[in-house]
Design a protein around this ligand. Structure first.
Ligand code: IMP
Length: 198
């Protein structure tokens, strides 16, 4: 049976394949045009929107679909960028690069001493339109100051996200280390447990 992952982000596919220990199909590689409107107010809403949208496209309706929605919630910014993390800093429909988004975030925070933040990941395993397993996990950390930006692993906000327990940024961890502690890693393991038991 095929398991699909409702994303166009190849980094996220690679991460989730390692977490689940199985290959995943993503729409773009199979010729599906997948561009859901992520209009939900919460990570849960958006994960379900993505999963249902992909399920609608699939030829084989028995295939399982996994979708996630994730983002960075910064306490000093009242939880922003949150569900809008992927589009943070968007102007006239143009989304900045990750490098630019990280720079923007550091500008917004300036010297604010409150640096606490968390990554959040909601993950859903859609069995049928109204039958699903949904989990949400977090990874707590701190947003670095400009001189603390480090590492070239991972993606997105990883180089500005410091993990006190490791004394490194998320971008300095190996893929295995990141998957052990990350929001997506923990959510993926819960979903994997369900798949294995059933
Ligand atoms: P999504 O693909 O709609 O869930 O968007 C998630 C966005 O949140 C990504 O584009 C990144 O900007 C950010 N994000 C989520 N998870 C991570 C992570 O593990 N590292 C860095 N950035 C992340």
């Amino acid at each position: 049976m095929n398991i699909w992952f409702a994303t166009n982000n190849n980094h996220k596919r690679i991460e989730l394949e390692a977490i689940l220990g199985t290959t995943l199909k993503i729409p773009v590689q199979e010729g599906y045009v997948f561009n859901p409107d992520e209009t939900g107010d919460t990570f849960c809403d958006n994960a379900l929107i993505k999963a249902r949208e992909l399920k609608k496209l699939l030829k084989n309706k028995d295939d399982f679909v996994i979708a996630d929605d994730s983002g960075l919630c910064v306490d000093a910014l009242s939880g922003r960028p949150g569900v809008l993390s992927a589009r943070y800093g968007e102007k006239n429909g143009v989304v900045p690069t990750s490098l630019q988004q990280n720079s923007l975030l550091l500008d917004e925070l300036g010297d604010n001493p409150m640096r606490s933040a968390r990554f959040v990941c909601t993950m859903v395993l859609l069995l049928e339109n109204d039958r699903f397993i949904i989990v949400q996990e977090t990874l707590e950390g701190q947003i670095v100051k400009r001189d603390g930006v480090k590492g070239d692993g991972g993606f997105g906000y990883d180089p500005v996200f410091f993990i006190p327990e490791f004394n490194r940024t998320l971008a300095e961890l190996s893929a295995e280390e990141k998957n052990m502690i990350s929001h997506r890693g923990k959510a993926g393991k819960l979903i994997a447990k369900y798949i294995c038991q059933n």
